[in-house]
Design a protein around this ligand. Structure first.
Ligand SMILES: Cc1cc2nc3c(=O)[nH]c(=O)nc-3n(C[C@H](O)[C@H](O)[C@H](O)COP(=O)(O)O)c2cc1C
Length: 380
């Protein structure tokens, strides 16, 4: 809104606004997506060789934008390590999502290698499932192979805004998924209105339960970055720019005091009810025969990232929505009577446990970049 007035007018408004002016500066209302925290989105194609492939990898999705990765970069191999300090705690008590995020990064890494004339060969968990090294990517010289998915790396964003109500054709959904899926992993599409409504209700119930669980709510809130100062300092986490708000609401939200945990929770449940589930054209559910295996989680992460990149190429928006499995894991971790597992199983009955859930649709507005630590911060 202020930008629409022009920078000069905005300066006048800001100069006269006292405390408000600090908040304008603080949340970068005038320069969304600016500053060093967003620089990795602008420079990811520039660097050749293995370090350039890491620049592509850091743009991958990760739970709450935790970026739980460290890269060991050599001339003929890249090792990927889990950073166990970067966790969402009780939101992800078994570290499933953390490993899925690492799988997402490996997919971008592989595409980034190929585009730079490096032929990658991935060996998963080379030191065993408990080792910190989750992948060893051996590199040999090969032809430089770019691809539509590679080109989409800088355009892929989790889109939490409204979708426009048009259905996504079944054959387009099918085309987002590779033919040769890893063993035991499947993608189920939920497109029929009744099934969509049932899963939508489950997602709202799970969001409500998660926010009522003080520990889960607190562990998630740790990753909210409420002002530009925090965004530029930490370069990770969830930010207002990633919430899919329209420009006026976004500008106003940035000017208001940073929201409290409970206000943020209420906002999320409300958005889940009125926007996320209300406008989903379809849901995708990735199921796995062995969802507890690290290898499965890494494979599923690679698949998830590939689906999201392919959707981006097709102009289809995607939002990860994992509150149901987060509640399933929380109930299992605390020994509570399972309430969400049977309800989800009834919606995806034919074999395999749900590991990842997302919605798709045609977006009303584009998703926005979120902060990233740069290559130097995540390599050793
Ligand atoms: C395993 C995993 C779980 C996620 N779960 C959710 C979720 O439940 N709700 C949501 O809005 N985003 C979820 N996300 C999306 C992340 O918050 C997002 O990837 C991160 O903030 C970076 O933003 P970007 O994807 O736009 O680059 C998830 C991502 C991953 C990889």
């Amino acid at each position: 809104m202020l930008r629409a007035l022009g920078f000069g007018a905005a300066t006048v408004v800001v100069a006269g606004a006292g405390a408000l002016s600090y908040r304008v500066f603080d949340t970068a209302v005038l320069d969304p997506g600016g500053g060093d925290a967003y620089a990795p989105w602008r420079s990811w194609r520039d660097t050749p060789g293995p370090l350039g492939a890491v620049a592509a990898a850091v743009l991958a999705a990760s739970p709450h934008n935790t970026q739980p990765w460290i890269f060991g970069v050599g001339a003929d191999a890249i090792d990927v390590y889990v950073d166990r300090t970067r966790t969402t705690g009780t939101v992800d008590p078994f570290g499933r999502e953390q490993y899925v995020g690492l799988g997402c990064a490996v997919e971008n890494l592989v595409l980034g290698c190929r585009a730079r004339g490096l032929a990658p060969s991935v060996a998963w968990v080379p030191d065993g499932a408990d080792g910190d090294r989750v992948a060893h990517v051996a590199l040999t010289a090969g032809p430089a192979v770019a691809s539509p998915r590679y080109d989409a790396i800088g355009e892929r964003h989790t889109n939490r805004g409204p979708y426009d109500g048009r259905p996504v054709p079944d054959d387009l959904l099918a085309s987002l998924v590779d033919d040769d899926l890893p063993s035991g992993i499947a993608v189920r599409w939920i497109t029929e209105a009744g099934a969509r409504a049932a899963l939508g209700g489950l997602l709202v119930d799970a969001a409500t339960a998660l926010t009522a669980d003080e520990q889960q709510s607190t562990d998630g809130f740790v990753w909210f970055r409420g002002n530009n100062d925090e965004i530029q300092r930490y370069r990770d986490g969830l930010v207002l720019d990633g919430q899919g708000l329209g420009p006026l609401t976004l500008g106003a939200a940035k000017l208001l005091p940073a929201s409290s945990r409970t206000a943020g929770d209420q906002f999320w449940v409300e958005q889940t009810r009125t926007v996320h589930t209300a406008t989903a054209a379809a849901y995708g559910v990735i199921t796995a025969a062995h969802p507890d295996e690290r290898r499965t989680q890494l494979d599923a992460g690679r698949l998830l990232q590939r689906i999201h990149l392919a959707a981006t190429v097709q102009g289809v928006a995607l939002q990860h929505m994992n509150q149901v499995t987060e509640r399933i894991d929380r109930e299992a971790a605390t020994g509570a009577v399972p309430t969400f597992a049977p309800r989800f199983a009834a919606l995806v009955p034919d074999g395999g446990a749900p590991l990842l859930t997302f919605r798709v649709g045609y977006p009303v507005r584009a998703g926005r970049p979120t902060p990233r630590r740069d290559v130097a911060e995540v390599t050793r």
